[in-house]
Design a protein around this ligand. Structure first.
Ligand code: NI
Length: 190
């Protein structure tokens, strides 16, 4: 099932998501649906709050980047009950986008290295270190679990300049080829 994606300005994107138990109903189906929704929207990652579920799950699949970056191309993962334990390393500025903020791309400063614990889809526990672009994508998706949008992390002057754009997006003034949910729960067709 392809979910509509919740758009910037919706309060569901601002909640801190909760851990789930192994008995969470329909988990396997939900994870499959997250991937399906992400592929349908040509995304690189998708977090449960973006489809309206305030739980600590996100998925990543870098296969769209396979041509330029073999390592990202083979990076497909499910993160359940994710918690970042540490961020370190040089910060780096890089352009990001988000399916919840259609057609807006801005430079975001992020740490180069993270340590994260999570469970995978088989409930195996992991405590791992990621660097570079993987660390960036994970931090972006992880932020969704904390109610943080990438636009919160851009420089304040730039953020002021795009305030009008964000307001327009939250009112549905954008073109996206996937279904969305606007603040106020109106759904918008592709
Ligand atoms: Ni995002």
């Amino acid at each position: 099932m392809i979910y509509p994606i919740v758009v910037y300005g919706h309060p569901l994107l601002r909640k801190v998501a909760e851990d789930i138990g192994r008995d969470y109903p329909g988990l396997e189906q939900f994870i499959g649906d997250l991937f399906e929704t992400m592929y349908n929207a040509d995304g690189l990652g998708l977090a449960a709050p973006q489809v309206g579920k305030p739980i600590r799950i996100f998925v990543i699949d870098g296969r769209a980047l396979a041509e330029d970056d073999a390592e990202m191309g083979a990076f497909r993962k499910v993160f359940i009950n994710a918690h970042i334990l540490e961020k370190a390393g040089e910060t780096e500025l890089m352009t990001e986008g988000c399916l919840s903020i259609p057609n807006l791309r801005e430079e975001v400063n992020r740490e180069g290295r993270i340590r994260i614990e999570y469970y995978d889809e088989n409930w195996e526990f992991h405590d791992e270190i990621y660097e570079g672009y993987k660390a960036r994508v994970i931090q972006h998706e992880y932020d969704h679990l904390e109610g943080i949008m990438f636009t919160d992390r851009i420089n304040p002057l730039r953020r002021r300049l795009i305030r009008g754009k964000l307001l327009a997006i939250s009112k549905g003034k954008f073109e996206a080829d996937y279904r969305t949910i606007l603040p106020g729960m109106k759904t918008k067709s592709a």
